[in-house]
Ligand binder design. Structure first.
Ligand code: G3I
Length: 396
């Protein structure tokens, strides 16, 4: 939303409010939308997808622009997971979340093991969902996702035990002693990981620690680091190993896909954990990228971690663009998906690729990055995009 930084702008904002106009980057239409359908001066209502129209900078007075992309024909009908497995990978997978599981057309594609051999719950195994009050665990939504994986014969990546985000306030605001927080972490990781042990086809791996570093490679300041220093990482990993000795234990982060301070910090952490005999099996590269600027040293970084004897995985891949999507952007996105997936293909210890949901209909991107979206290989009508064929090209 545009900032109202002057008295004039403030008055203009009041006028647009009185006229019922949506602000810049605000919603102005879409299925079920009952708010303003016109935009403030200097912006125009753009149909992003059937469910969401947005006021974007522009001055046209013609009808809202729509995406005029042609439909995509799959270059292979084998399916992404089938191709990945044929190429020696364990899976090609997708994140999902409970609200969209009431969409039967969506679930049908998610459950097609030719496309997806693995699923990750996007939210329902996080701390705020599983232990909202101390010592009281709720697995209802997580179980829905785990049971879907089981019914479909798909692997599950557990996500996650310890993260600075989506914490209940009793954790984030807790005034813990080091001993108390150690016990809190142990109880949480142990209970959640052991709950899913054996309940499902195979709890393949767990993101035990998520996003421990800032982008400059320093430790993220949160209740865990501030109370326990970096020792919280080994506390969580040891609790997870004891809870499910068969699950692969991961540390997962973003912006470690290119060489730099953050990737180096992660490498050094993992080396130290190995030297200390702490259980660690893999590093997850979230891979939330932008069209036209995917990392150039991804394969090199993957190889550096693999050289430590670890497995690596692409855990949350999406490649967003500034909307509206155009044929040129979709073509570039296809190349970008191909090069990212190719990096995993070129590294034997890269076990699999997970996209962060498969359709633009349910992507986290538009609500987080104003004016951006269309980040996934299926569009908001559940039709494949050129990105799908980019993935096929790398997997084939
Ligand atoms: O559950 C509440 C609901 O009660 C409330 O009515 C609604 C109103 O906004 O919010 C709901 O919570 C939302 C939650 O997703 C569940 O839908 C939060 O607002 C929203 O912020 C949250 O977003 C999730 C985000 O993590 C939080 O950081 C995304 O869905 C999820 O895809 C995203 O996933 C993360 C990975 O875990 C870690 N890596 C980055 C990735 C993308 O941000």
């Amino acid at each position: 939303m545009a900032k109202l930084s002057t008295p004039f702008a403030f008055l203009a904002g009041l006028v647009s409010y009185a006229l019922g106009q949506a602000q810049e980057w605000g919603q102005c239409g879409g299925t079920g939308w009952t708010g303003a359908t016109t935009c403030v001066t200097g912006t125009v209502c753009v149909v992003v997808n059937p469910y969401y129209s947005q006021c974007q900078p522009g001055t046209t007075t013609s009808a809202p622009s729509t995406t005029t992309t042609s439909s995509t024909t799959p270059s292979s009908t084998a399916g992404l997971n089938t191709l990945a497995k044929a190429a020696g990978k364990l899976y090609f997978g997708s994140a999902t979340d409970n609200p969209e599981l009431s969409d039967s057309a969506y679930v049908k594609i998610l459950s097609n093991v030719k496309e997806f051999g693995q699923i990750t719950p996007g939210n329902s195994m996080k701390w705020d969902a599983t232990e909202p009050t101390r010592g009281t665990f709720t697995f209802t939504n997580g179980d829905v996702v785990a049971n879907l994986a089981k019914a479909n014969g798909q692997l599950l990546r557990g996500h996650n035990c310890v993260w600075h985000n989506q914490l209940p306030s009793w954790v984030s605001n807790g005034q813990f002693t080091a001993a108390d927080l150690t016990s809190v972490i142990q109880n949480h990781c142990s209970t959640v990981v052991s709950h899913y042990k054996g309940q499902i086809l195979r709890s393949y791996s767990w993101d035990v620690v998520n996003e421990p570093f800032n982008d400059d490679g320093t430790w993220r300041s949160d209740v865990f680091y501030n109370t326990l220093n970096s020792s919280y990482v080994s506390i969580a990993l040891k609790a997870a190993r004891a809870a499910d000795p068969n699950a692969k234990l991961y540390i997962n982060d973003y912006n470690i896909e290119n060489s730099g301070a953050k990737a180096t910090a992660m490498l050094n952490l993992v080396k130290q954990l190995i030297a200390d005999g702490v259980p660690i099996d893999g590093v997850g590269f979230q891979s939330h990228f932008i069209v036209g600027s995917v990392p150039t040293s991804f394969q090199t970084v993957l190889e550096q971690f693999a050289a430590l004897g670890l497995e690596v995985a692409i855990t949350e891949l999406d490649i967003r663009m500034t909307l509206p999507e155009t044929d040129a952007l979709l073509a570039q996105q296809a190349k970008d998906y191909e090069s990212v997936v190719q990096a995993c293909m070129n590294v034997e210890k890269c076990v699999g690729i997970t996209i962060w949901d498969y359709t633009d209909k349910y992507s986290w991107v538009p609500s987080t990055f104003s004016g951006q979206g269309a980040a996934l290989p299926w569009d908001s009508n559940l039709a494949i995009k050129p990105a799908y064929n980019g993935i096929v090209a790398a997997l084939s």
